[in-house]
Every structure is written in C-alpha cells, then in structure tokens.
Design a binder for this molecule. Structure first.
Ligand code: HEM
Length: 391
C-alpha cells in the first residue's frame, strides 16, 4: 500500500514567500541544500507563484519527463525572455503554431550540423592561438573565452555573422548585453509578487533590459536585411528560415519570428555550451589522471592532423568526460513543467514495488504532489536534434 504524504514546505514569510532561502547568485545550491532538509520533493513560494521542486536527477526526472503527462510551464523568467526572444523556439509555448512550424523548417538544418564543423573549428583555432600566445606565465580565466567561443561559433553557424570577439579586449557589446539580459530575466523570476505594485522600484533594471533587448533585436534585423540585399548560397540557419517552407502547411516564418529564432539560438546555445566547457576545464585540472588520459586519447586518435567531424566519434573518453560533467554540473539544471492531469510521483528509486522507496506523494490540490508513476525520456534540446514533433 502506497504511503501518501503532503509535500513539505519551509516556513514562508508574508509577501516574500520563500525567497529569503534562495541564493540568487547560485539558486541551484540553495535548492540542493533545501532538498537535504526537506527531501527530494518540496514546495516553495517564489515570486508569488507556488512551485513544487523535484531535486532528484534520475527517478523523478524520468517520471516528469513524460510529454504525455506534463507540458512546459511558462515560468516567470521564461516570460521575461519573451521580451527578447518572443515566440522563438525556446520561449514559445508548444501549443503556439510557430513552435511546430519552426521545428519542421529547422529540423533538417540541425541534422546537417556536421557540415558546420569547419566554422566551429575556425573559431576554436582563434581561441587556441590566443591561449598559445599567452605563453605559460599568464594566469587567466578561460570562462570568458568560452563565452566568446560559443557566441562566435553560434553566430557564424546560424547566420554567417562574425562577432570577432577574440580580436577585442572587452566582450563585444552584443555579448555583454545578452549576458546582462539573461541574468536580469532569471533574477526577475524571483521578484516578490508585490513587486508588481511598485514598478518604480525596478524601473532602472527594467529599462536597461528593454534597451538591451531592443539593441539585440536591431542587430538581428540588420543581419536579415543584409542577407536579403546580399544573398549567399550557404545553407546556414538564417537561409533556411528565410527560404524554408513548412512541409505540412506551406507556411513560411515571418521576419519577426526569424529574428526571435536567431536570438534564441544564441541564448540557447551559448551559456549551456560555455558552461559545460568551463566545468570540464575545472574538473580536468583538478583530476590530473583524467587530464592525462584525455591528452593520450587526443594524441592517439587525432595525432598532429587537423580534427575532422568524423574524428569526434573516436573520442570516447572525452565524450564520457563531457557526459559526466553534464551529470555533475548540468548547465541546464532545471526545467519548469506542469502536469496535464492529476498524477502521482514515486519517491526513492521511482520503483513503486520497491519496499525501500521513500515516499509516494499524491495530488489533491496545490498542497499535494501531482501524480503518476511512469518513465519515458523527453529529449528536448533542438541542438541535439532529438525532440519529436506530434505527427
Ligand atoms: C551543453 C549544451 C546544451 C545543453 C545542456 C542544452 C540543454 C537544453 C535543454 C535541457 C532544453 C530543454 C528546455 C525545456 O524543456 O524547456 C534545450 C532546449 C533547446 N536548445 Fe539546448 N542545450 C545545449 C546546447 C544547445 C545548442 C548548441 C543549441 C543551438 C542552437 C541549442 C538549442 C536549443 C533550442 C532551440 C531549444 C528549444 C527547443 C524547443 O523547445 O523546441 N541548445 N536545451
């Protein structure tokens, strides 16, 4: 017989809810600390919304990754993101028509991502050359350069645009604005509900965010204009969006939606990848045996030749290192979802027949957990080409 339990919740403060428990610099750390105290599933009131957190990597993640039972929820930071990325793929609701249309038009391009390898290698060699010239004496923080790397590579692959970040001392204006915008959007998700009543308090922040979004939108608009005036044959994502037709409806993407998607690729692809590279560098430097093994693999499989896209598949150890880093420090550590109907979540290892499981929480309203035991993978990152469309 299942044990049903109410969802635990730390004490709340009037108007503030549980915001005082969250370290806004690294919210993830607070969520894990709270999980140690309250268990893998607990309830928080943040930014005026009630949310249920599932701080469990495997069993609950599997249970809530079922598209048939859960749908993407529009968290406050996602809503803020719409100011910049509108109904681009990341901030569009999967019920909105542009999600399916853009998917059908863009899927073929993401299947061809291998053909963009020379562009990625080009940008990587800019970074490596810079590091080589630093010599062995200079101490530097590689994370800034990983941001440059991923931004430049994404812009080159998606719209054949060169930010040329490695030729500037400071971060390019666009990159800095995007980073500020994303930080502010994610922070605004934690603003207390009463903040809406005192908009003046956040006026400066909001105005800056609005200006940044406007600036970035203008850059994307100009890039499209330039491409229309000087067309190229290159099968980059921009061409595909400008020329592609939805095979099902024949519809084309509007200019507004193309702008949103160009900005989306930069948002979705840059921090995720640069974060992964930063964590990988940090952990390899701390684990000299793993670093040595990675080097040996590169020497053995690549030698002095320039790497090709086919070589990547040979780097089994390095691929495992990246997977391990995504497990240790996932650069997308959380997703917001809502159940489509009442469901029941199984605690512990997720196996309802295991007598050692910790809890089963049942939903009968907002104070109880949503429902069902099930597991299916729901890969969603378009960068991985695996999210499926409804037929
Ligand atoms: C380490 C690298 C990356 C990680 C960990 C990652 C992770 C994710 C995750 C977890 C989602 C799903 C979010 C949700 O369900 O709401 C997502 C969505 C998405 N990602 Fe990535 N991503 C990475 C790199 C990239 C790259 C390089 C691109 C290239 C453009 C990209 C484009 C996208 C897009 C467009 C979506 C939205 C897909 C949709 O809802 O249709 N990602 N990513």
């Amino acid at each position: 017989m299942a044990t049903l339990c109410p969802i635990p919740q730390p004490p709340t403060f009037p108007f503030l809810g549980n915001i005082t428990l969250v370290d806004l610099e690294v919210p993830l750390r607070s969520f894990f600390l709270l999980a140690e105290q309250y268990g893998e599933v607990y309830h928080l009131v943040l930014g005026g919304s009630e949310i249920v957190l599932h701080a469990n990597f495997i069993s609950i993640a599997r249970q809530v990754s079922n598209d048939a039972l859960y749908r993407k929820s529009f968290s406050r930071s996602l809503r803020e993101g719409r100011l910049l990325a509108g109904d681009g793929l990341f901030t569009v609701d999967s019920d909105e028509p542009n999600w399916e249309i853009a998917h059908r038009i863009l899927m073929p391009a993401f299947s061809e991502v291998r053909s963009m390898f020379p562009e990625m290698r080009d940008i990587c060699s800019q970074m490596l050359l810079k590091w080589e010239r630093f010599g062995t004496q200079l101490t530097f923080d590689p994370s800034d350069d990983y941001t440059r790397l991923t931004f430049d590579a994404l812009a080159l692959c998606s719209m054949s645009y060169r930010f040329n970040s490695f030729y500037e001392r400071d971060m390019p204006d666009f990159t800095r604005r995007m980073s500020d915008f994303l930080t502010m959007s994610s922070r605004s998700g934690y603003r207390p509900a009463f903040a809406k009543l005192i908009p003046m308090y956040y006026k400066k922040e909001d105005q800056k965010n609005f200006k940044d979004a406007q600036h970035m939108t203008e850059v994307a608009r100009k890039t499209i204009k330039q491409r229309r005036e000087q067309p190229t044959e290159k099968p980059d994502l921009l061409n595909l969006m400008l020329e592609g037709k939805d095979p099902k409806t024949g519809a084309q993407l509007t200019e507004e939606n193309i702008i949103f998607n160009l900005l989306t690729f930069l948002i979705a692809g840059h921090e995720t990848t640069s974060g992964l590279l930063t964590f990988t560098t940090y952990y390899l430097l701390k684990n000299s045996a793993c670093l040595q093994k990675s080097r040996e693999e590169l020497d053995e499989k690549l030698g002095p030749a320039e790497p090709t896209v086919d070589d990547l598949g040979k780097l089994l150890y390095l691929t495992a290192v990246l997977h391990e880093l995504l497990r240790l420090w996932p650069t997308v550590p959380a997703r917001s979802i809502v159940p489509k109907q009442d469901v029941e979540l199984v605690g512990g290892d997720g196996d309802p027949s295991n007598p050692n499981k910790q809890t089963i929480c049942d939903q009968e309203g907002p104070d109880y957990l949503p429902a069902h035991r099930y597991c299916a993978s729901r890969p969603t990152c378009l960068g991985r080409r695996r999210r499926s469309l409804p037929s």
